[in-house]
Each structure stands twice: as C-alpha cells, then as structure tokens.
Write a protein that binds this ligand. Sequence first.
Ligand SMILES: [Zn+2]
Length: 286
Amino acid sequence: MQLTNLGKWKIKVIESGDFKLDGGAMMGSVPKVLWDKTNPSDNLNRIQLAMRCLLLDDGENIVLIETGIGDHFSEKFKEMFDINQRDYSLSNTLSDFGYSIKDITHVILTHLHFDHAGGAVKKELNGEMRPQFPNAEYYISSKNWEAALNPNPKDRASYLKENFTCLKDYNVLNILPDNVEILPGINTYVVSGHTSGQQLVVISGNNKKLVFCSDLIPLKSHLKLPWIMGYDLNASLTLKEKKVFLDLAANNNWILYLYHDPEVIAVEIKEADNYYEIINEYRRRN
Ligand SMILES: [Zn+2]
C-alpha cells in the first residue's frame, strides 16, 4: 500500500539515511533470542534503523517533521553508528520530490536527540552552526527544550548542544506548550516516557489521522506493549503512554508512521489477543 494525501495535505516520505544502534539498548528487557529474529544484529550487536522524516505540503506551507542526523559529524561518530547516507539523504530525497531546503516553511522536531534533530542545523566553513532551513520556523515543546538544555545523565549523550542552540540564537525557534495546533490539521501529542516532552505529530484530514510516532513506537517491534527501549528515561510511563496511544490508534484507525523501522513506513492496527494486530502495512521499496 502507498500513503496518499490526507485532506489538503500532500504527504511525502522523506528517507534521510540509515544508522545502527545497540540491539539490546533498543529492546530493553526483551531477550535477544526474541528480538534477533525480527531485528537481526551485526557483529557489534547493532541493529538497523531508518531516519524517515515526513513532508506535508498544502500548496502554501511546506512542513518537515524531523530532520535526520545531519552531516556535521566526525568520522568516529559515523563509524560508531554506521551512518549510511549513500542510499538516502535528506537533500537527495527532497530533490527527488522537487523540493529544496529553501522551500521548507515549518520544521517540527519531536525532540532534540541527535538522530532526530542533527539535520536541523549545518556547520559553516568557519565552524559555526546555523539553521539548515533558511526560510523555516522551528517548533519544539518547552519541556523538551528544557530537557535538552539540562539533560538527565541517562540521555545526556543524545543531546548535542551544537544541534539546537543556534536555532534560539537565530530567533527561529518556537517553544510550545503541550498538545497544541501548529497549523490547521497539524497538532502535537506530548508523551514523556522516552524523554521529557517528546511531541508526536497528528495530521488530520478527510476523517482520517496519521500520527508521527517518533520514539514512542520507534520500530514495528515496539507495537508489542512490553517491548520498550532501554534508552527510555521512564519505562513504566512509556508503557502507560503506549497503551493509551495504541488503544486510540486501534479504535480510530489511525495510520502510525514509523521513523526508525528499516522496512515498514507505517501501519494500521486493531486490538487483538496478543496486544495489537497489524491490518495494513506500508513498506519501504528497496
Ligand atoms: Zn530519542
């Protein structure tokens, strides 16, 4: 199946590259004998993840949700996370659809972890950082902005200040309360188990909703309730938030858009004996 438009919003799947993270850290308390079947690991125990941004275009506003990891990292960082931008990169995918970075008017960041927000900025020749999208306003929740500036020791390594402080300096950052409308048909849905103030994005149109699940449901495997990342700051809060969210998704036929799944772009689910069952799947074409 292919994702189509939602009301007035044209939808484009913007693959920005793949990378790898430790499989155990991604799956928390789930034993490797279970997760290795669905998410096979390499010789360093790392599993494959996508960074799949989403573009929405209503003819007037061109909205990008998430920016990928960017391109201003060291060779060591690239190796550690096996970052692969040969098959997909943000600028190439945008131009495949006829867009350039100058066209983007709104950049919504779910949270400021480097694999979501690194592409929000670029490094100039003199080493200074500046916003990557010259004509865009940026949107983050106030809780996550505070969390990024004063990170919890557990996810401090994921908040790299060079990825976001210049957005404030350039006066392009909009710091939002929880659960607000950014544009007609584009609302935030804030959850805090993964990290404080992560804003999911709900796009509404034609009596249908598509939700950008970000790190509440990073991989298809995380649709199973007890599969919760070891990275999460508060796993029991994630469990509660996932249950409420997935019940709503199942009862209202929401399309769940997956940022990190290497094969599956989005799913629709229904309630089932074993948590939830997938009734529709939108797959990446390799
Ligand atoms: Zn994250």
